[in-house]
Write a protein that binds this ligand. Structure first.
Ligand code: PLP
Length: 422
């Protein structure tokens, strides 16, 4: 995906200063009153990206934003205002989505092990669908619905057995994965659905993983969904929707990825091809709507020269942004108020783990001051922890070049109190 034109997303101004949403990051940080490490989100860019996808999908279809990518209230409100619903994986995310103005009929709930409490809440609210990920989950939903005197609206999340070219930890569509129902188990699922009056089959879904760079692998699993949808209809289940999942990739500075609209148009084309254009199309993007439009700000603590290697220690660690440690992900690290230099530095965090390593970056002779870790708007704060007795990072939301929300870090004191309580 090409970098969006300023003021959307990350760019550098005429003075070479790193900017987000049209304003220099160093100024946004100062205006927020927060300390580093802190995430910064460009709400205009997030809203724009969401609007473009909502338009590409057209009326009646649903962009179900995967809240686990970035659950900051300002971000969820921005995607909701742009017309998106939500894809959730927990009762906590459900509370956030509702509080941010997303109505139940625009929410789908995924997850391989939903608790009884989560199912009860989803059923009583009448969510668009509970995405069932195993045959064994169906009688559970049915029993909870019957107890509530309600009907559980379910969709079958199909595991299409598609291998995507992605890191093993973000691939979910292969046979061994814990996610979804294999096609071979479909007859057993349909048998239960025939029997249970407290269940209504409203959709067929899939989600094969993340960081797809072009539509073809997306369509490969979507074809399996179409096939299953036709089969369900033939078995007497009048479906309302098909859901092809999320997984649209972004450019972390290596390879570009097609824009979400390209996936949307391809998906609509496929539905028409299969004679299923009367069904509502649901897509579940997370990363592509928020990843490029957020950054992590961090300060240099010191440099170290040892064994011929130059290392820069920063005040953000794997507890703040775990993607490099967890997925071998690459994020560009750049000085905020200077252009990248020539001399490569290995950038590491303060956490006592050798995987707390952000990789090698050209930073110049004596890197110091404020740095930006780019494309950190997705799976950044939502995966953060307090490991090593470190505070959770702050979060700053920007609109029209101004700070509109600054959520400070809960601080180390909060961590200390909690430890002493345990
Ligand atoms: C995580 C997740 C998504 C979003 O994936 P992205 O790669 O961020 O687009 C969509 N659907 C489900 C079920 C997920 O678990």
């Amino acid at each position: 995906m090409a970098d969006p034109a300023p003021p959307f997303g990350f760019h550098r101004d005429a003075l070479g200063r790193a900017c987000l949403g049209g304003a220099p990051l160093s100024e946004l940080l100062a205006a927020s009153g927060l300390e580093t490490p802190a995430y910064v989100y460009d709400l205009d860019a997030i809203q724009d990206a969401t609007s473009r996808l909502v338009s590409a999908l057209g009326p009646g279809n649903l962009v179900a934003y995967a809240v686990k990518a970035n659950s900051a209230g300002s971000v969820v409100r921005a995607v909701a205002e742009a017309g998106a619903g939500a894809d959730l994986v927990s009762g906590g995310e459900l509370q956030v989505a509702l509080a941010c103005g997303i109505t139940p009929e625009r929410i789908v709930m995924s997850g391989v092990a939903k608790s009884d409490a989560e199912l009860d809440r989803a059923i009583s609210l009448g969510l668009c669908a509970i995405q069932v990920e195993s045959v064994e989950e169906l009688p559970r939903v049915s029993a909870r619905a019957a107890a509530l005197g309600a009907v559980g609206r379910v969709s079958l999340r199909i595991n299409p057995g598609v291998e995507i070219d992605s890191h093993a930890h973000i691939a979910t569509g292969h046979d061994e994965a814990k996610f979804g129902i294999l096609e071979q188990d479909l007859p057993a699922a349909l048998e239960i659905l025939r029997r249970e009056a407290s269940l209504s089959l409203v959709g067929v879904s899939t989600h094969v993983g993340s960081m797809l760079r072009e539509p073809e692998p997306y369509l490969e699993s979507a074809r399996v969904v179409c096939q299953v949808a036709l089969h369900c209809r033939a078995s007497g289940h009048p479906l309302e929707f098909v859901d092809f999942g999320g997984g649209f990739g972004i450019d972390y500075g290596g390879e570009p990825a097609d824009a979400p609209e390209v996936f949307a148009r391809a998906a609509l084309g496929l539905l028409a091809e299969w004679g299923l254009a009367d069904l509502r199309l649901v897509v579940e993007p997370g990363r592509a709507l928020v990843g490029p439009y957020g950054v992590l700000l961090t300060r240099a603590i010191q440099t170290k020269r040892s064994g011929g290697r130059h290392t820069l220690m920063i005040d953000a660690g794997m507890n703040d942004l775990i993607r490099p440690a967890l997925y071998a992900a690459k994020h560009r690290v750049e000085p905020c108020d200077a252009l990248p230099g020539a001399l490569p530095f290995r950038v590491v965090g303060p956490v006592c783990e050798s995987s707390d390593d952000f990789g090698e970056h050209p930073l110049g002779d004596a890197p110091s001051g404020l740095f930006v870790v780019r494309d950190a708007g997705a799976y950044g704060f939502t995966m953060a922890s307090e490991y090593n007795g470190r505070a959770l990072p702050g979060e700053i939301s920007v609109r029209a070049g101004r700070v509109v929300k600054a959520a400070p870090s809960p601080g180390v004191a909060a961590w200390v109190t909690r430890r002493l309580e345990a």
